[in-house]
Design a protein around this ligand. Structure first.
Ligand SMILES: Nc1ncnc2c1ncn2[C@@H]1O[C@H](COP(=O)(O)OP(=O)(O)O)[C@@H](O)[C@H]1O
Ligand SMILES: [Mg+2]
Length: 288
């Protein structure tokens, strides 16, 4: 069974992309070592950081083509980029793929809204009476086949999920929420997970796998109080090992498109990310 994980938070700059890419690289390694299948990272943010962060340059590929397409394997294949760069002396990632986002995703916004409306109209026509609320599922319709080709799918979300929020949550099984441990983060803890909780209330089955404290400076008093606050809200088991604030993490993508577990595997940030990766892999591999 494929496991689909979103990495999300309504705030920008909290390490969503960093976490999604590191998780993708780490899960792909585990999967490769145990003879498992492929991992796909889907970028839903038109800023397009996911491909760039792994040192990849899209040449026309974009998630927008898939969302507006016919849901075929062909279309998916044409738009994914293989993340392996071992031939050019880069990292070895034989089973990792990225479905990138580019400016074309923002340009396609109106067309995607029309597509959602068309799907909604179609599902209204086919819906039996009394079946209750029928949510439109654009991702299931266009990306359903990806679930046959990949063991793990990780979705790097934009800060505002807006029109695609429910479709993403319907498509996914779990959410991972990076939370920046700083003054603003402390005063807005609950907002990070509001989208998820609202959609759970609307009947969508998505669970929070982990809250990941990021940019953590252990010596600050604020850190302790925010960690306590997070533990109180989400429970100790949901809080992942804190990711320290360190220049190593920011340097990694600029050093040839690497994640910190590839760039400085012994650094505290890499160790903390590895702990998250191992937990995800141990608990969700073959999850059904
Ligand atoms: N633990 C960390 N320590 C220092 N810099 C970090 C850390 N995590 C992420 N960054 C940097 O912070 C910036 C924002 O991270 P990013 O993952 O792009 O956030 P988001 O996707 O939530 O907007 C990037 O430049 C990234 O390299
Ligand atoms: Mg991002």
């Amino acid at each position: 069974m494929t496991t689909v994980i979103t990495v999300e938070n309504r705030k920008g700059g909290v390490a969503k992309t960093t976490t999604a890419l590191t998780l993708g690289v780490g899960l792909a390694r585990h999967s490769q070592e145990s003879g498992g299948g492929n991992v796909l990272i889907i970028d839903m943010d038109p800023q397009g950081d996911a491909a760039r962060g792994l040192g990849l340059e899209p040449e026309g590929q974009c998630i927008s083509h898939v969302l507006l397409g016919d849901g075929s394997v062909q279309q998916l294949r044409e738009n994914v980029i293989w993340a392996d760069r071992s031939e050019s002396g880069g990292p070895n990632r034989p089973n990792l793929y990225v479905l990138p986002a580019t400016d074309q995703l923002s340009e396609a916004k109106e067309d995607i809204l029309t597509e959602i409306a068309l799907l909604a109209a179609r599902s209204m026509r086919t819906r039996r009476s009394g079946e209750g609320r029928h949510l439109v599922n654009l991702l299931e319709d266009k990306l359903g086949l990806a679930k046959e080709a990949f063991d793990f799918i990780i979705i790097d979300c934009p800060p505002t999920l807006d029109m695609l929020q429910q479709a993403i949550h319907q498509f996914a099984d779990y959410a991972i929420v990076p939370v920046k441990v700083d003054y603003h983060g402390a005063s807005a803890t609950g907002r990070h997970t509001k989208n998820i909780i609202d959609d759970q209330a609307a009947g969508i089955e998505i669970s929070i796998f982990a809250i990941v404290p990021t940019f953590v400076q252990a010596n600050l008093r604020l850190t302790r109080s925010m960690m306590d606050q997070l533990t109180q809200m989400y429970g100790k088991k949901t809080i992942a090992m804190p990711i320290p604030h360190t220049v190593r993490v920011a340097e990694a993508p600029a050093s040839g498109g690497l994640t910190v577990i590839e760039y400085q595997p012994d650094s505290p940030a890499a160790i903390a990310y590895q702990d998250l990766i191992d937990r995800v892999y141990a608990q969700l591999q073959g999850d059904d």
